[in-house]
Design a protein around this ligand. Structure first.
Ligand code: SF4
Length: 364
């Protein structure tokens, strides 16, 4: 009895500590990325799917004053003690290393005082593999850039040609080798569903990206945005975007592969900013796309567990991490009803576990 009492007390403390860490008012957001858009600056061409001005709602060319305002706006919303541990400024929306050298220096020098004062710790840039060489990387290194993101979109030559952004895979490989050699963190971006793309080509692109060993990836399903080449193709009937279900299935497979390779997928889908929503025309957009995909992944894991049983009981219970319970339930609890139907179950329930982070089949 004494033992079970102390076990009970210990469990209560563990739960209380978890709740404190999870919901404490002083809990900090871990990573703040402050985006600054250099729309289309440095781009070697205008890719058919891209209109940064429309996606980001940024018309004006960034100068020191705008940079300062952006930094102030993002940092002032935090009390000093709640500032995220990692704070970075990101130059997005163009091909940073393709921008004329003097302008790159101007932008980087505008951020320098904020790095020196410790208000932000580093800079990240997104750019194009065509503009990576040792001199350009050295300039970034000398100016507090720690992360380089490359838009890859696809590694299929035909898909890239149709998207108006030809770039042979060996150019990407050589850019990545140089980025790794200079010890930058590397992020790569993929865009399933471009003209000429299909599931096989997309999975080949995923495998190629895994072979490049990035630290993280972003996946942006192709959408039709106003005033782009893709919009013209869509209007002429020469391009049909993938539907949401097709995209979920393809991206789900990619997310599982990246996870197995130990590569973080830090973003799936564009953020539903008002400027994007005003200019979005068609394609597999969903404000909670990542949730839908992750929820599908855990559903398949539950199904696999049940299939591995010699005999599936009529009632089953899964123990699931409490912070991810909504994923396991699925949209409108569809995961439970789908599994129930597949196996002809009388009942299925989820038991929340505040401590462990894995899925377990606990009772039948
Ligand atoms: S996708 Fe990248 S390289 Fe192409 S136009 Fe847009 S910002 Fe420029």
């Amino acid at each position: 009895m004494a033992i079970s009492n102390s076990v009970f007390q210990l469990s209560v403390w563990v739960v209380l500590i978890f709740l404190y860490i999870e919901y404490s008012p002083v809990k900090k957001k871990k990573h703040l990325i402050i985006p600054v858009f250099v729309s289309h600056e440095g781009c070697p061409y205008r890719c058919s799917f891209c209109n940064q001005t429309k996606i980001t709602g940024t018309e004006k060319k960034t100068d020191k004053k705008m940079l300062k305002e952006t930094l102030r706006t993002h940092l002032k919303i935090f009390d000093f003690e709640k500032l995220p541990e990692k704070r970075e400024l990101a130059f997005f929306g163009g091909s940073f290393t393709g921008i004329p050298l003097e302008r790159q220096k101007y932008l980087l020098s505008a951020v320098k005082p904020w790095v020196l004062s410790g208000e932000i710790q580093s800079i990240r840039v997104s750019t194009h593999a065509l503009f990576i060489d040792d001199n350009r990387l050295s300039l970034l290194r000398e100016n507090h850039v720690e992360t380089v993101e490359l838009g890859i979109q696809s590694t299929d030559d035909e898909v890239l040609k149709l998207a108006g952004r030809e770039c042979p895979f060996d150019v990407i490989q050589s850019a990545v080798t140089r980025i790794h050699a200079k010890k930058f963190r590397l992020g790569l971006q993929l865009m399933p569903g471009l003209p000429g793309d299909d599931e096989q080509k997309f999975q080949k692109s995923v495998d190629n990206v895994i072979s490049l060993k990035p630290d993280f990836v972003r996946i942006y399903p192709t959408l039709v945005i106003k005033n782009t080449g893709l919009f013209d193709m869509y209007q002429q009937g020469t391009y049909t975007p993938w539907n949401l279900e097709r995209m979920i299935v393809a991206v789900k497979e990619a997310v599982v592969k990246f996870e197995q390779a130990g590569i973080k997928v830090i973003r799936v889908g564009l953020h539903p900013d008002p400027s994007l929503m005003e200019n979005y025309v068609a394609g597999p957009f969903h404000p909670s796309l990542r949730y839908l995909i992750d929820s599908r992944i855990v559903r398949e894991r539950m199904i696999k567990m049940l299939r591995s049983l010699k005999q599936v009981p009529l009632s089953v219970t899964f123990r699931v991490p409490s912070r991810r319970v909504s994923l396991y339930l699925g949209h409108k609890k569809e995961n439970l009803s789908i599994i129930k139907n597949i196996f002809g179950l009388d009942s299925i329930s989820l038991q929340q576990d505040a401590i462990n982070d894995h899925l377990e089949l606990v009772a039948s």
